[in-house]
Design a protein around this ligand. Structure first.
Ligand code: PLP
Length: 388
């Protein structure tokens, strides 16, 4: 039996948390209405802002997972009659649609999970008129597709709509430019590319969105971004309600580690690790799941592969788990049909190599391929730069 601490977490979140970050959580409790907490909050705002591509004053942090941020964004910006265009091509786009249905007048635009978003169909919905808000997921972790955020942002601007973007599984592992892309509210979670434990949602909201929120009568109470923003302002640098203080210790440390690595280098590491997965699995005959078009791309942080004919993705997941490597399968209707490998956060090229080598062995055991060691060569070449 492999001990929990010896397991290799290769899921698209939660990810392995570096010891430095875990240790930070063991610090004694502090007053959340004092200077010490404000300094931590200030660090969190400043470094997060650079990951989002916005100014520190636009950032606030909610104690709650990524979904809390998604609900805060939709709920604070929309009254019940407001039309929200919810673009869905995976599990998390579907979640936006469900949240939008609770707070506003949802206009769904659904694509088969795994397919790319067709911009012409988005524009058709916008032309039909009256869309107040567009909600979309940037990095759809359930299918490993990167959706066209800059292009949707341009459409939001053209049709004068607000743009809410889920960057839960891309912030800290991909290039995000919320200001440049006309994103009004963006949300992330702590447990993905930032490599902190789950439980915090970082939200970026611009002046345009915050001022519109004043007109929304049904803003949620605990998740009221106006309250979060007010508390996060220059004078206070705190949260409206008691925060998960220990998680803030962890977030501060994880963000410092990102600063030390350098964001560009970190994004390149994520890119090369994800590419190494793609290059090597396709070389041994495994097909990638996403169906890309001219405006989509493979995710920079997670890979989704089709299960080989006659094999369930769940069996691949279970066989790797027996070797202490934790990956994920497909969600909902995709269960059994795909398997997913994360390359997020503090994941190293060696972790990727170990996972791919064991995967090759497992597929050999299942009679799908004949193991040749090809994955090591291919992945090694793709990630070569990371060993320099
Ligand atoms: N959005 C995306 C793209 C995700 O990958 C996830 C989590 O897997 C979520 C939203 C939901 O975040 P949480 O589980 O932290 O509430």
């Amino acid at each position: 039996m492999i001990k929990t601490e010896d397991k290799l977490m290769m899921m698209p979140g939660p990810v392995a948390v570096p010891p430095r970050v875990l240790m930070a959580m063991a610090r004694p409790m502090i007053n959340h209405r004092g200077k010490e907490f404000s300094a931590i909050y200030d660090d969190c705002q400043r470094i997060s802002a650079s990951l989002f591509g916005t100014a520190p004053e636009n950032i606030s942090v909610i104690s709650g997972s990524g979904t809390a941020g998604m609900e805060a964004a939709i709920g604070c910006l929309n009254n019940k009659e407001d039309k929200i265009l919810a673009i869905e091509n995976g599990k998390f786009g579907q979640r936006f649609k469900k949240i939008a249905g609770k707070y506003g007048n949802v206009v769904p635009l659904e694509f088969e999970w795994g397919k790319s978003i067709d911009l012409a169909l988005v524009e058709e919905k916008l032309e039909a008129g009256d869309i107040k808000t567009i909600a979309m997921v940037h990095n759809e972790s359930s299918t490993a597709i990167k959706n066209p955020a800059p292009e949707i942002g341009a459409l939001a601007k053209k049709y004068d709509a607000y743009f809410i973007l889920d960057v839960v599984s891309s912030v800290g592992g991909d290039d995000i430019k919320v200001d440049k892309w006309n994103v009004d509210i963006a949300v992330t979670g702590s447990q993905k590319c930032i490599a902190a434990p789950p439980g915090l949602s970082i939200v970026s909201a611009n002046e345009r969105a915050l001022s519109e929120m004043q007109n929304v009568k049904t803003r949620p109470y605990y998740l009221d971004l106006v309250a979060y923003h007010k508390s996060a302002s220059k004078e206070l640098k705190e949260t409206p309600y008691t925060p998960a203080v220990s998680l803030f210790f962890a977030l501060q440390e994880a963000l410092k580690m990102i600063e030390e690595e350098g964001l560009d280098k970190r994004i390149e590491r994520h890119y090369l690790m994800t590419k190494a997965v793609r290059d090597s699995v396709t070389a041994i005959g495994i097909e990638m799941f996403p169906q890309l078009n001219e405006v989509s791309a493979y995710s920079n942080t997670v890979s989704a592969m089709k299960a080989p004919a006659g094999i369930s993705g769940e069996d691949i997941k279970k066989a790797l788990s027996k070797k202490g490597i934790i990956i994920t399968g497909g969600q909902d209707d995709l269960k059994g049909k795909i398997f997913r490998i994360g390359s997020m956060g503090a994941t190293t090229p060696t972790n990727i190599m170990t996972t791919l080598t064991e995967l090759e062995q497992i597929l050999d055991d299942m009679g799908v391929i004949e193991q040749t060691g090809a994955v090591m060569d291919i992945a090694g070449k793709t990630m070569g730069k990371l060993y320099e």
